[in-house]
Ligand binder design. Structure first.
Ligand code: SAH
Ligand code: DHB
Ligand code: MG
Length: 231
């Protein structure tokens, strides 16, 4: 069963329901639309969070009153903008991207959105930037969004735990992967990365965690959510 996926008509319904929900709940947003258009035009893969998911990230940041946000995996900066828009005037977001071309597209998108002054885009493999952030005292962060190369998820979880304030939240994207997360024999390095992530997370004390399966415009996937305990 794992990784089997739904049939095409089921996926079409998920996507149509996403359109229905976002049509009712999210305002028309020329800046976000332009961000996706510029990303597509520049040849970036269509793997940004959906609008409904982006708005969920925005709501999490608002609920936390987040002032410091860390994102691992920028792409064209679509999720970044949902998060950055939740920041107060003196809030800051650091986003990490390995590919210079993706970062260039993202930087232009941040400028168009008028949010470049709040966003610190670091272009390098995240595993190189994370220790620098710690050394700089860039944290602690209220919210961390992990959404980069899945084989490194466990490393990113460890860094996120170091860099998140007590009571802060870590969100990790793509942890279900069409059900493939069940397949311990998977040859997919991303699936194995997600499975190692859950093994590490299950052994972690001092966190309260869950994961929620999602369907929608991005198919069948899920988010892990972790609260770093206050004591
Ligand atoms: N968060 C974005 C999507 C990110 S896609 C959104 O929802 O809008 C994953 C991104 O992670 C890609 O841009 C990819 O280039 C980047 N990435 C892959 N490996 C990386 C690494 N080792 N360090 C930093 N970024 C990486
Ligand atoms: C992929 C990566 C993502 O972050 C995502 O949300 C969907 C797909 C991918 O690498 O295929
Ligand atoms: Mg993702």
């Amino acid at each position: 069963m794992s990784g089997q996926g739904a049939n095409e008509s089921t996926e079409a319904v998920w996507s149509a329901v996403d359109d229905y929900l976002t049509g009712h709940l999210l305002p028309d947003d020329p800046v976000l639309a332009a961000t996706l258009e510029a990303s597509t035009a520049a040849g970036l893969p269509p793997i940004a969070v959906s609008a409904a998911q982006g708005q969920m990230l925005h709501l999490f940041a608002l609920m936390l009153g987040a002032r410091r946000i860390l994102e691992i995996g920028t792409l064209g900066g679509y999720s970044t903008l949902f998060l950055a828009r939740a920041l107060p005037a003196d809030g800051r977001l650091v986003t990490l991207e390995a590919m210079p071309h993706h970062a260039e597209v993202a930087a232009a998108n941040f400028k168009r959105a008028g949010l470049d002054h709040k966003i610190d885009l670091r272009v390098a493999p995240a595993i190189e930037t994370l220790p620098k952030l710690e050394a700089e005292g860039a944290g602690p962060f209220d919210l961390v969004f992990i959404d980069a190369d899945k084989p490194s998820n466990t490393d990113y979880l460890r860094w996120a735990l170091r860099l998140t304030r007590p009571g802060g939240i870590i969100i990790c994207d793509n942890v279900v992967r069409n059900g493939a997360v069940l397949d311990g024999a998977s040859a997919d390095a991303s699936v194995q990365g997600v499975r190692r992530f859950f093994d590490a997370l299950s052994a972690e004390t001092g966190v309260t965690a869950t994961a929620i399966q999602t369907v929608g415009a991005k198919g069948y996937d899920g988010f892990a959510m972790i609260r770093v305990c206050a004591a």
